[in-house]
Design a protein around this ligand. Structure first.
Ligand code: ATP
Length: 364
């Protein structure tokens, strides 16, 4: 499979982070973090609460100083952990969008957008504000105050304000988390379109894997201050580098398996080792095979022939996801059409229907 968005060449990338480290009193927030972001690329930093995403963003924006490591923009070092090298936030050519919108309540939408344009002539400022309001589809709200705008409109004005001075890099910190769930889905597409139209390079922090997968050209998954994996959404989803990444992206189940010749023996039947990516486990070893809901199907059967039992039924509207516990104690999920309604407690035969290479991990 060719990678549609390969890692940018660090030499030609816009933003470069090298060996970044940041600790607070007793807490190491970011550990040895290196990555590059290409021109016009949208990189999502994804991970659970407390993994160091926001700290990474603040280090890029200059709101924090690294203990060591470097932040560079177009090859110019902005911070390197020494007192002497530190370009302040306002001189970095970087725009910021926060989850709480951070609009000035006493200024109209147009005045908010004009905020970072003080050094331009009045005519140029007006032209740029009109251009940005049109870009975010709010030309007819120019004279509205923030408390007269909906959440989505506030975030669009905040985006316009950050883009107005034509930053080279735009940083977005959970930009959708203050919006209701339905609005989040439409807004993420809208924000992505606007970012792409301006061509700005963006780093977008989120804890929502669906959001990251739908907006990003590449995703960096963080855990406990470390960058665990970086790649296109498709490549990370298809080949998660660790059990943590696999569990964080989608509903992961792990089938424990024993290697017997060319076969893996599992609770739901044998799997040919050729089906596994880069398989090199030794004869007799125990491994865990990653299986997602669409890889498996459950069929009700009698107790003697069953592989396991349904322990939970999750109704999702168009689909049911059944959680099945196998006889050996593995937990897997099976995706079914909404017409295939089974009962919790039913004994089921679990069939393996995946036709893609499978990821695996050494047994826990
Ligand atoms: P969230 O999604 O909850 O914002 P995050 O992934 O963005 O989480 P960070 O905010 O970067 O994580 O925090 C990383 C770690 O550093 C956490 O353990 C946090 O408690 C700690 N931390 C962050 N900022 C500070 C601070 N100013 N003082 C002390 N500890 C901090």
């Amino acid at each position: 499979m060719t990678d549609p968005a390969p890692s940018p060449d660090p030499e030609s990338s816009v933003l470069q982070l090298r060996g970044l480290e940041k600790s607070y009193a007793t807490e190491t927030a970011v550990r040895d973090l290196s990555l590059s972001v290409g021109d016009g690329e949208i990189l999502a930093l994804l991970g659970p609460s407390g993994c160091g995403k926001t700290t990474t963003l603040r280090l890029i924006g200059g709101l924090e100083r690294p203990d060591s490591g470097t932040v560079a923009l177009d090859g110019q070092t902005l911070a390197d952990g020494t007192v002497d090298t530190f370009v302040p936030p306002q001189d970095r050519g970087i725009g910021l969008v926060f989850q709480n919108f951070a609009l000035f309540p006493h200024m109209t939408a147009a005045e908010n957008v004009a905020f970072g344009l003080a050094d331009r002539s009045e005519a140029e400022r007006e032209r740029r504000v009109d251009e940005l309001l049109e870009l975010v589809g709010l030309s007819d709200h120019a004279d509205h105050y923030p408390d007269e705008l909906s959440g989505g409109q506030k975030q669009r004005i905040a985006l316009a304000r950050s883009l107005a001075p034509e930053p080279e890099v735009l940083l977005l910190d959970e930009p959708l988390s203050n919006l209701d769930i339905r609005l989040r889905v439409s807004m993420r597409e809208e924000i992505r379109d606007i970012i792409q139209e301006t061509g700005v390079t963006a780093v977008w922090v989120t804890h929502d894997q669906e959001e990251a997968m739908s907006v990003a050209d590449r995703i960096g998954v963080m855990h406990d201050g470390h960058l665990q994996q970086i790649g296109t959404p498709e490549s990370i989803f298809a080949r998660p580098a660790s059990r943590f990444v696999a569990s964080f992206l989608g509903q992961a189940g792990f089938l424990s398996a024993r290697v017997e010749g060319d076969t893996l023996v599992t609770d739901i039947g044998p799997i040919d080792v050729d089906r596994l990516t880069d398989f090199d486990a030794a004869e007799g070893a125990t491994v865990d095979v990653l299986v997602r809901p669409d890889d498996l199907r459950a069929t009700p059967t009698n107790d003697e022939e069953a592989d396991g039992r349904i322990v939970r039924r999750q109704y999702q509207g168009p689909a049911f996801v059944y959680r099945v516990e196998t006889a050996g104690g593995d937990t897997v999920h099976c995706l079914h059409n909404h017409t295939e309604r089974f009962e919790v407690g039913e004994a089921v035969d679990v069939e393996f229907i995946a036709d893609h290479p499978l990821s695996w991990y050494p047994g826990a």
